[in-house]
Design a protein around this ligand. Structure first.
Ligand code: NOJ
Ligand code: CA
Length: 744
């Protein structure tokens, strides 16, 4: 393996210069067929992924469509024998697979591809090459091992023509590996701006990089301002980095992509990332989900704060880890899965937008062995994420039960088969289609109907639509399911038979439901998966109440195009309420029974609920839309001489002054160990650009209900008009006595 001690870091010749032409490599016989199923073009620029299934693939490990762009030895490895090196996969290979109809036949509707940037063109000592994309040197240029910018654009076009959205993995946190004491190590974290060197770690005189050592994960502050492993950590408050990161995301958005998986969001300030998401939504509103990693059995409160406040969703590690614990490791029972569904739904402001998965490139693959038992557990985990709330994301090869018990790179083999016949493949297809067919799977809440240690019956329901799922993890004993109530209905006043959507291929069976939604006790076979579905029987009934299920983008400004999707809106333009603002007429751009597009008028900043009116009917409110009245800037807020008692923390309240249209916000707890030290406290926050704000600090113990406020008049300051800025003040002292703590 190249990772052995004797491996030499090697500056390769500029190998990509040679990688010209698109040598078309013949694909395996199994892939030769043209697209089998009819496909629709993917909608452009949508933030709604509730009906999608994402297929996550590593570009380098998929298909080598163009051997001419393969990096030379020692960067690459023939036949992928040295798995820390490039193996040849590229965008042309993905295009070839798209054209065979493989993804359409599988039923997935979005592809997530490896970080596309140019990475360091060398073998980094003991670590291999940047085949994974996480060692960027130039975020504005494509990785030549994957193809040219034109080839990437072509991939997006071909994907769209096949009804597939394209997401990319994207990083703002870091560059390539550095050893601070050895400037000759690798590329010394060099950052290029479309070919122009901005700085290296050693030559950086103005603070583009954070230089506080390697993170030990002891606190939020530690992971933001120290470096992850040895990766050159960027200072997002530096105007050059701020501008660069916003320019580069616009550049990639301009290729027509539909979504972002944002790497390492835990390691960058929430405040700056809100400003970055504003850039994304203003430029081209696409779905974005951040990687806020949480290990098994950890519910990190800040991860939920991030999911609710950053403007992007997250990869739902808490729920996904639980799915793995239940079906892969079998170390938790189904009661726990049921509890985690409820717990995460309670904590996320927008549960439907969080991404749920069973494995990825940083984990043991879901399939433990090729035994029938382990394969069935994978089928069950797949069935769960494909019917659960949230956006399902599958990892390439899981449809063939690819093994990979071991972390990277063992879990990242080359895609070897394009077989379309496995049980998992068929299960994915059927349930992915069902997600689009039945609005219950897109927008419905999720309730447990019956659970035991080994079996779980749950339901998704949305206004007359229902999907009931039953899974028996035990492959030895049947589960005796007692009488249930469901949202599945009867037919013309008589009990109705509901067939298993999976056609009994996974041990399921039909059930009969009476007119009260009652199902008689039934026996669920060992290892069974059964799914029963019912669509609204009167979707065009004008007396039905409109039902909004999703609104996006999550952060919006006056002038933003907002899309509301759901059911029963009716055929004609009517009325929409956003908070207390009533919209009709020309503010509404289009209206159909399932989708409304509107232009957001001027309205007060804040969290708003959306309601849709149809004649006399007014929908229930749907929350989750944050209106930000003013553009955002990233501000480093510092308060000096803020002494506190042991265990107390300092928070800041920012109250924008009229005529600024921005919400009062509370930020904290502030930090005091790395960039500035106690008794100074600091935090990188987002603030309304160009506004005058009144800033006051308060201190309290972490769980205390009461706070002590700063004395005297608030600090008043004008926020920068754009980019980033710093506000540094001295505490005026603490008021004697306590007052009630302010909510976030
Ligand atoms: C998270 C990615 O998923 C992982 O594979 C990568 O090594 C780190 N971030 C650093 O970019
Ligand atoms: Ca190649």
């Amino acid at each position: 393996m190249i990772g052995s001690k004797g491996a030499r870091q090697h500056q390769a010749a500029r190998w990509w210069v040679k990688a010209v032409g698109a040598a078309i490599c013949a694909l395996g016989a199994g892939m030769a067929a043209a697209a089998g199923s009819a496909v629709k073009a993917a909608p452009a620029g949508s933030t709604d992924y509730t009906g999608d299934v994402v297929y996550h693939l590593l570009t380098d490990r998929f298909v080598d469509g163009n051997p001419a762009n393969n990096p030379p030895v020692p960067l690459s490895s023939k036949d992928c024998q040295l798995t820390l090196l490039y193996c040849g996969g590229d965008w042309e290979g993905v295009v070839q697979v798209i054209k065979t109809g493989y993804f359409n036949d599988l039923g997935v509707t979005a592809l997530l591809l490896t970080v596309p940037y140019e990475n360091v063109p060398m073998v980094v000592e003991e670590q291999g090459a940047g085949y994974h994309g996480y060692w960027p040197r130039d975020m504005k240029r494509p990785n030549p091992a994957f193809g040219t910018m034109d080839e990437f654009r072509r991939l997006v076009q071909v994907a769209h023509a096949h009804g597939l959205k394209v997401m990319i993995d994207i990083i703002t946190n870091h560059g390539s590996p550095v050893r601070p004491e050895d400037p000759r190590f690798a590329e010394n974290g060099a950052l290029y701006d479309d070919g122009r060197l901005l700085a290296t770690y050693a030559s950086d005189k103005t603070g583009l990089y954070n230089r506080y050592g390697e993170a030990d994960y002891s606190s939020a502050e530690d992971v933001i301002y120290k470096s992850l492993y040895d990766l050159a950590d960027f200072n997002h408050q530096h105007p050059v980095i701020d501008r660069y990161m916003k320019e580069m995301v616009r550049l990639w958005l301009d290729t027509g992509i539909d979504g972002l998986r944002v790497d390492t969001v835990k390691h960058v300030s929430l405040g700056w990332q809100r400003t970055w998401m504003e850039t994304v939504y203003r430029h081209r509103p696409v779905f974005a989900a951040g990687e806020w990693y949480m290990p098994r059995d950890e519910l990190q409160p800040l991860g939920f704060v991030f999911a609710n406040d950053s403007g992007m969703s997250v990869l739902d590690f808490p729920l996904s880890q639980k799915v793995r614990q239940v079906f892969r490791y079998r170390e938790r029972d189904l009661f726990e899965l049921d509890r985690m569904v409820a717990e995460t739904a309670r904590r996320y402001r927008r549960p439907l937008d969080q991404v749920v998965f069973i494995d990825n490139h940083d984990m043991n693959r879901a399939t433990l062995s090729h035994s029938a038992e382990h394969r069935r557990l994978v089928d069950q985990a797949l069935a769960f994420v494909l019917t659960s709330r949230g956006v399902p994301m599958l990892f390439y090869g899981t449809e063939h039960y690819t093994l990979g018990a071991g972390h990277a790179p063992i879990n990242r083999p080359m895609m070897r088969s394009f077989e379309r016949d496995t049980p998992a493949f068929k299960l994915i297809k059927r349930l992915a289609d069902l997600r689009r067919e039945n609005p219950a799977l897109r927008y419905g809440d999720q309730v447990g109907r019956w659970v035991s240690a080994e079996a779980y019956v749950y339901e998704r329901r949305f206004h007359g639509n229902s999907v009931l799922v039953a899974i028996n993890r035990s492959q030895k004993a049947a589960a005796e399911v007692p009488a249930l109530r469901t949202g599945l209905g009867c037919h013309e006043g008589q009990p109705a038979r509901h067939d298993d959507v999976l056609a009994q291929r996974f041990g399921g069976h039909a059930i009969t439901v009476d007119c009260e939604g009652g199902v008689a006790p039934f026996r669920l076979a060992p290892g069974a998966i059964a799914v029963w579905s019912q669509r609204d029987s009167a979707p065009n009934d004008p007396s039905r109440t409109p039902a909004p299920g999703h609104v996006g983008p999550p952060l919006a400004w006056p002038g933003t195009e907002v899309t509301i999707s759901g059911t029963h809106f009716g055929p004609h333009k009517d009325v929409v309420w956003i908070g207390n603002t009533r919209l009709q007429g020309s503010a509404i751009l289009s209206w159909s029974d399932e989708q409304i597009r509107l232009r957001l008028p001027a309205m007060p900043a804040g969290q708003h609920a959306v309601k849709v009116g149809r004649g006399e009917q007014l929908s229930e409110p749907l929350g989750g839309l944050e209106v930000v009245g003013e553009p955002l800037v990233s501000l480093r807020l510092v308060v000096d001489e803020a002494e506190v008692a042991p265990g107390e923390e300092v928070h800041a309240e920012l109250a924008p002054q009229a005529p600024c249209n921005a919400e009062r916000r509370v930020w904290g707890p502030m930090y005091n160990k790395i960039v500035h030290r106690y008794p100074s406290w600091y935090m990188d926050i987002s603030a309304p650009a160009g506004c005058r704000v009144a800033v006051r600090f308060f201190k309290k113990k972490p769980d205390a209900a009461a706070a002590v406020w700063e004395s005297g008049e608030p600090h008043r300051a004008d926020m920068p008009a754009g980019g980033t800025g710093t506000l540094r003040v001295r505490l005026r002292g603490w008021q004697p006595g306590t007052t009630a703590a302010v909510a976030r």
